[in-house]
Design a protein around this ligand. Structure first.
Ligand SMILES: *Cc1c(COP(=O)(O)O)cnc(C)c1O
Length: 358
């Protein structure tokens, strides 16, 4: 072992890095819930965006609080005045700092399984006991099991993805409300896919002491600018502000996000198009007897197929990349997750699936 590595934490040395698929030329990427659309495709809009970027004060450290982005987010999404908004370099960073906020020996993090892998990863990184409560077979919430785990472990922080990733299913609002009520610790409702869902906890942000509603612009066309935000009670957000790095955001991303919020209609149009495509793809998949497509409130569909590896390989041969979930959790046996793309991309996926299974 080379000398400096001896000083690296043994648990970190035993981890494997989050694998970001590197994409060969010409591949269609339907594995990571990116939008197929560049939000500023139209020439006039692109020019206005470039002008906004040119005016960004890149010679100065960013001041996220004074950037105007919080106000723009408030207006675009109707975030209540009662809520304070924290900005993160992607919501991944907010997951990290919210975990760090409560991390001390003997504390627990609760999440459901399967859910977003970064919750468990951060629990491990910051030394929390991770309590993963399995979902039901149809990926709905097992509320009695969650409430009983809350009772037993008194988690300092609970993460609920609403809708859930990697399953696409959205839990019922009443169930999530019951979790927020039962937990003494922080409950983070992660609405990374909120734009594709009909319901949100944003209206309650700020008025419930232990509720944090977390969102991101990544899934609505801006995965590349790394902007997430968390909305919650001012007392709690005040504590979070103490540990967020002062310059965690960058001027170019702040300027782009602010510009985007001021032109929200074009983004919303792509969201509506993707939702319509999701419904079309879901109907087509549901018509094939050999498959089980799970109802999705997000911009992807999780499907159980006869052989996940075979479908993954067949799509790869057509230069389409999807996510194979098989192996990640027993409930995900023979499942794949397919990001909703443009109509042409979705047709290409469907034609391979029909060739194999229809
Ligand atoms: C994609 C995703 C995130 C991460 O979003 P970023 O803002 O890109 O870091 C967080 N939570 C869930 C459930 C996700 O699927």
């Amino acid at each position: 072992m080379s000398a400096p590595l001896e000083f690296v934490r043994p648990d970190v040395r035993a981890m494997t890095a989050y694998h970001v698929a590197d994409l060969p030329e010409g591949f269609t990427k339907l594995d990571a819930m990116e939008s197929p659309y560049h939000p500023f495709e139209a020439q006039a809009l692109r020019q206005a965006w470039q002008d906004a970027l040119a005016q960004a004060p890149v010679h100065l450290y960013p001041n996220p609080a004074a950037s105007g982005l919080q106000e723009a987010l408030r207006d675009a999404f109707g975030i209540p005045e009662a809520a304070h908004i924290a900005l993160g370099n992607g919501s991944d960073e907010l997951i990290q700092f919210l975990t760090m906020l409560v991390a001390k020996p003997g504390t627990a993090m609760l999440a459901v399984e399967p859910s977003f892998v970064m919750y468990r990863h951060n629990a491990a990184l910051y030394g929390l006991d991770y309590i993963g409560v399995p979902l039901n077979d149809d990926f709905t919430l097992n509320l009695p099991a969650v409430l009983s785990a809350i009772e037993t472990h008194n988690p300092a922080i609970t993460f609920i993805a609403y809708p859930n990733n990697p399953t696409g299913v959205c839990f019922s609002r009443a169930e999530v409300e019951a979790i927020v009520r039962a937990a003494k610790g922080i409950v983070v409702v992660d609405e990374a896919y909120g734009a594709f869902n009909g319901d949100s906890f944003l209206p309650q942000a700020g008025s419930i002491g232990n509720l944090v509603v977390m969102r991101t612009v990544s899934k609505i066309g801006f995965a590349g600018i790394r902007i997430g935000y968390a909305c919650g009670h001012p007392d709690l957000m005040g504590e979070l502000a103490k540990i967020l790095p002062p310059y965690n955001m960058n001027q170019l991303s702040l300027a782009t996000a602010k510009f985007a919020m001021h032109h929200f209609q074009v983004i919303n149009d792509t969201v509506l198009a993707l939702k319509a495509e999701r419904e079309r793809v879901f109907a087509e998949l549901s018509a094939i007897d050999a498959l089980r497509a799970f109802p999705s409130s997000a911009n992807f569909i999780t499907v159980r197929v006869p052989d996940a590896q075979a479908l993954f390989d067949a799509l790869k041969a057509e230069k389409i990349l999807i996510k194979k979930l098989h192996g990640a959790h027993p409930l995900l046996a023979q499942c794949v997750r397919i990001t909703i793309g443009s109509p042409e991309q979705n047709d290409a996926v469907l034609s391979v699936i029909r060739r194999l299974y229809a």
